[in-house]
Design a protein around this ligand. Structure first.
Ligand code: ADP
Length: 804
């Protein structure tokens, strides 16, 4: 009977759920040919059989059922076919049903077919093997998906047959999630690219990850139980370690860098973060250190730092300022060198307006046009030299700016970055060079003009000398003609000598060889001398020379270079005579503050306004095409100006065409400490008294010169001795101790004039020795004086000069 019933249940439950109806049930009963009475009997019989035991079991079953119902674990009983015999509340709850609604149902009634089939397979397995199985499965329950741990155990009857399967299921979703998290975490730690160390609170290592091993060379086993001090070097102070421990023991995180040592002794840098690990009671149980090897980064950083310093240093040396201008905002940043160039500090408003305010007003328009059209418009390089006005001292400086635009991915400009250099000095040199070039060109031009002029200036008197010398040979000349020709030859000679003197003087000035010889001098006597000297010449031209001395002798004893002052006045008076045909020529001086201001005034042709400065340049002559050409090489005023400046004064001219010119110059009034009259003036005074009564020795090997001198000094001496060599001169002096004056040529045979003078001075200190030379070059005078001469005179010898 039971067997038939089992067959019935099998057929019934093997049907699709939807097909299980009462009709079907009856159909099965029909098919099994079970009579209703038999079925009833069967059931009644079964009921009766179990009634006793049921009774006995009821109580204990009730208790278990209650306990099972209270259990949070899902408990259920399933028979071999998957028919649910019992579920507790927890199990029914997961299906969102109540227990009575589940009991008696087939697994396929409450689960999806797929899940039901897998349960059935497991139940079958337990039935067959009679073995307990345990599984973890992810199951989709009506309310939620959850991980459950399922254990299926076979239940046996007294005969040891499996009659049902007891299922116990636990929701392990949370555990599973935790496990998953842990799995991921441990994988992350194991595979971490940074080293991870966990120590206990004594600092003993409990865990290191593989990266730690890779970096330090210590294996997990070697590191275990050790203190991280195994990596320590002595670069960090113990004070810092103390601070580290204090921080982490206070429950805070410490971060910093270590310079550590590997197992093999190599050093490395690491960046470490150490944090305490707390338990639920907030107590520190461990420390976690996460450390990154930054050796490479450090090397790069160091390289970067070095190259930054190098760049800064080179920029410093090159005085190169750098800037970066943000095109969108107009804000810019700059290096300290740039700030220095522009004279700005950190408070300066680094905006476009600020930048603009630094550009010289003359350049603002040019730079803004250039920037907008060229740099922004065509994205060309910014490359310009322009002027700025320095912010701090308002000094105008030249700078050279070079910059380039930085574009974004869309090709739009974002920055202008570049350099600025102060090129003021270069610009000044350029300007000076340009001036020098212009001057050189002008000087070249002037020299050509000078040569042409010189050729004329030399040829003309030469023509006079040679021509009239030729004419002098004429036998039938009257005495008057002879005198006239001789006068012309003299004049021409003097004119040539003038030119030669000028050329020599300007060469000396240019070569820097012109020395200033300061002595106390009486200005009045100089002015008097000039007056006496030029008066006849002026009067010969039908004009009048007027001299004005404004100070008494006692006040005009000043220290100056007498010869230069004489040359200055001579030049100016000579010019006044040369460039005037009528009226008066007036000259003199007056006191102005610390200076004597001299003037030479004429009523001559005057000078064009535009030439008033140029005439003081070398070789410059005012070109008066409508006037008769006048003699001169255009050097006189250049020499005069140099002399005035050497004496510490200034020269200038006021003039009007057709009205006349007044030349002014100043010399400083320098008084000598020693008030007595010395030098030249005194010597002149002494000698003047002896003139006509002198015993004179002439040492000259040139017959013409000797003859000339002899003739010139005839009136000065009572006796004249002539020798033609240096040694003869020495001997003559030795033999004639009463010689008053020696006129010593320098270029003498056997002993030259200097040497002869030196020897004479050894035995005669009193005799006056005057050197005479045709060189007239720098140093001659000094050499002569140094050899022991009293004075020096150049050939051709001028009678008046010699006498004086
Ligand atoms: P120069 O040998 O030609 O006189 P200077 O250097 O003495 O050379 O003078 C330069 C030029 O200045 C002269 O050529 C002349 O044109 C002008 N000058 C100088 N002095 C006078 C003056 N007193 N009146 C008019 N022009 C003068």
């Amino acid at each position: 009977m039971i067997g038939e019933f089992i067959v019935f249940r099998k057929s019934y439950f093997s049907m699709e759920k939807k097909d299980r109806s009462k009709g079907e049930l009856l159909k099965i009963i029909e098919e099994l040919k079970l009579e209703n009475s038999t079925l009833k009997l069967l059931l009644q019989n079964q009921e009766k059989e179990s009634k006793d035991t049921e009774q006995a079991l009821r109580l204990s079953e009730e208790r278990y059922r209650l306990l099972a119902d209270l259990s949070p674990e899902m408990i259920y009983l399933v028979d071999e076919f998957g028919c649910i015999l019992y579920v507790n509340s927890a199990a029914a709850g997961t299906l969102n049903l109540s227990a009575p609604n589940v009991i008696g149902k087939h697994l396929t009634d409450v689960f999806s077919n797929e899940i039901a089939q897998s349960h059935l397979a497991a139940i079958k397995h337990v039935f067959v093997t009679k073995q307990k199985i345990k599984n973890e499965i992810l199951e989709k329950f009506p309310l939620k998906e959850m991980w459950i741990e399922v254990s299926l155990s076979p239940l046996f009857n007294e005969k040891g047959e499996t009659i049902a399967v007891l299922g116990l299921s636990n929701d392990i979703t949370v555990r599973k999630a935790t496990e998953e998290k842990l799995r991921k975490l441990s994988q992350a730690v194991e595979q971490s690219p940074v080293s991870i160390v966990i120590t206990d609170t004594n600092g003993n290592i409990e865990y290191v990850n593989p990266k730690f091993t890779e970096i330090t060379g210590y294996s997990f086993e070697e590191a275990l139980g050790k203190n991280p001090r195994i990596l320590k070097t002595d670069t960090r102070k113990s004070e810092e370690y103390k601070q580290l421990w204090q921080t982490i023991f206070a429950g805070k995180i410490w971060s910093g860098e270590f310079y550590n040592k590997k197992k093999n002794g190599d050093y490395y840098w690491e960046n470490a973060t150490i944090a305490p690990i707390l338990n639920e009671k907030n107590e520190i149980t461990h420390f976690l250190a996460i450390k990154e090897d930054i050796t490479q980064k450090k090397v790069v950083e160091q390289d970067l730092q070095e190259s930054k310093e190098f760049l800064k240093e080179t920029q410093n040396i090159a005085r190169l300022g750098t800037y970066s201008l943000d095109i969108a905002t107009g804000m810019w940043t700059s290096s300290s060198i740039l700030d220095e160039i522009f004279g700005i500090d950190s408070n300066f408003n680094k905006t476009l307006q600020g930048w603009w305010s630094l550009i010289h007003p003359e350049w603002q328009g040019i730079i803004s046009g250039y920037f907008i059209n060229k740099v922004i418009g065509t994205q060309a390089k910014f490359d310009k030299e322009y002027k700025i006005v320095r912010n701090n001292d308002k000094a105008v400086r030249w700078v050279h700016g070079i910059g380039r635009l930085k574009m974004d991915d869309n090709g739009l400009p974002i920055y202008l970055i570049g350099t600025v250099r102060d090129i003021t000095e270069r610009k000044e040199v350029e300007r000076d060079l340009l001036k020098a070039k212009e001057r050189a060109e002008e000087s070249d031009h002037l020299k050509s003009a000078f040569l042409a002029n010189m050729s004329h200036e030399i040829r003309t008197p030469m023509n006079g000398i040679l021509g009239f010398a030729e004419l002098l040979k004429e036998p039938n000349l009257t005495g008057e003609d002879q005198q006239e020709y001789i006068r012309i030859i003299e004049k021409s000679g003097a004119r040539m000598l003038n030119i030669i003197n000028d050329i020599i003087d300007i060469s000396k000035i240019e070569a820097g060889l012109m020395k200033v010889n300061m002595n106390e001098s009486n200005i009045n006597s100089q002015v008097d001398y000039i007056y006496t000297f030029f008066k006849p010449e002026v009067e010969r031209k039908g004009m009048k020379l007027i001299m004005r001395n404004s100070l008494p002798d006692s006040e005009v004893l000043i220290v100056t270079d007498r010869e230069k002052l004489f040359a200055i006045l001579t030049n100016l008076v000579k010019n006044a005579i040369k460039y005037s045909e009528k009226g008066t020529i007036e000259f003199g001086y007056r006191k102005k503050d610390e200076y004597l201001e001299f003037y030479v005034k004429d009523k001559g042709i005057g000078i064009k306004k535009e030439k008033l400065t140029a005439i003081f340049e070398r070789f410059v002559q005012v070109d008066y095409s409508d006037l008769k050409a006048r003699q001169g090489a255009g050097l006189g005023l250049a020499i005069t100006k140099s002399y005035v400046e050497m004496l510490g004064g200034k020269i200038w001219v006021e003039s009007e065409i057709g009205v006349g010119s007044t030349f002014y110059f100043t010399i400083p009034i320098k008084k000598s400490e020693d008030k007595c009259i010395t030098g030249y003036d005194m010597a002149v005074t002494n000698q003047m008294s002896q003139i006509g009564n002198l015993k004179i020795l002439i040492a000259d090997d040139d017959d013409v010169s000797e003859m000339l001198i002899s003739q010139m000094i005839r009136s000065l001496g009572r006796e004249i001795i002539k020798v033609t060599s240096g040694d003869e001169a020495v001997a003559a002096c030795r033999n004639n101790s009463d010689i008053d004056l020696v006129l010593m040529d320098i270029q003498l045979p056997i002993l030259n004039g200097y040497e002869a003078t030196r020897q004479i001075r050894q035995f005669n200190k009193d005799v006056a020795i005057i050197a005479q030379t045709a060189y007239a070059l720098a140093g001659d005078r000094e050499n002569a004086i140094e050899a022991g001469c009293n004075d020096y005179i150049t050939k051709p010898i001028n009678r008046d000069e010699l006498q004086s």
